[in-house]
Write a protein that binds this ligand. Sequence first.
Ligand code: NAP
Length: 291
Amino acid sequence: MTQAKQVRSFQLGSHVVNRLGYGAMQLAGPHVFGPPKDRQQAITVLRETVELGINHIDTSDFYGPHITNQLIREALHPYASDLLIVTKVGARRGEDASWIPAMSAAEIESAVHDNLRNLGLDVLDVVNLRLMFDVAGPAEGNIEESMTAMAELQRKGLVRHIGLSNATAAQLDQARGIAPIVCVQNQYNLAHRGDDALVDLTAQAGIAYVPFFPLGGFSPLQSATLQRVAAECEATPLQTALACLLQRSPNILLIPGTSSVAHLRQNVVASELTLSPRAVADLEGIGKQAG
Ligand SMILES: NC(=O)c1ccc[n+]([C@@H]2O[C@H](COP(=O)([O-])OP(=O)(O)OC[C@H]3O[C@@H](n4cnc5c(N)ncnc54)[C@H](OP(=O)(O)O)[C@@H]3O)[C@@H](O)[C@H]2O)c1
């Protein structure tokens, strides 16, 4: 592995964060519902993130629900001043673990208060308005009511900065007409490159692009090309997949999720890896094959 010379940090809202962060969704129970199998292990993973220099944690009060935020509070409160916790609103959970849209002004305000209470904060640094996620990707639709509610919570001082999740370029445009947007969190990884144009657009606007499922999500990426390039780089396939995203654009911030300390340590090492132009070209081919 060669040492990276690429930019290591990015200004997200009021914080300068390392580009390799952590997504806390995997800490809840199966289907992101209920408590983790091993609560102490979840606390250990969270404490290890900050030990490893991670200062950007992605969460939501609908993970569990409530449980992931309560774990973060137990593990890390009082929070270090450089730690940025980014949360999201826009859904609630059914008793059967389903994901139910919760986009009205009242539901958004209630979700912000849930996040404040469970994280033990007086103000949330960055809150993503999460639009509904379906397998086909973000769907067009008017977001004026929900964005106006977010802007009102910002005006009241409960939310410092606003982001969007599962958004199209048109929705980003509409949102920016209502309030500044600091980040977009959409599905994007080596095999799922539908947002290439949005990555470039957000880069030009100084907005962070934070791919979710950077490792492929619940079924991590598998590809013969990825295996081969990783072996050539003396890295694991998933480290190689993360390194390729970091090289894609300086506004990409990673939040790979894991419930394992060993995997967390492996993922952090990905920010040390520099891929050759040839390796990047080979990896780009995976997304083209996947369509
Ligand atoms: N806005 C949205 O709608 C949305 C949707 C989904 C996710 N998110 C956010 O995005 C974050 C990342 O997504 P994600 O966690 O679902 O998917 P991901 O980061 O693509 O992958 C997580 C999966 O990869 C495994 N994994 C992680 N590191 C590994 C390693 N080094 N070796 C082998 N396996 C490894 C994890 O299992 P182990 O636990 O066994 O390591 C888990 O099964 C979430 O935590 C969440 O904060 C947002």
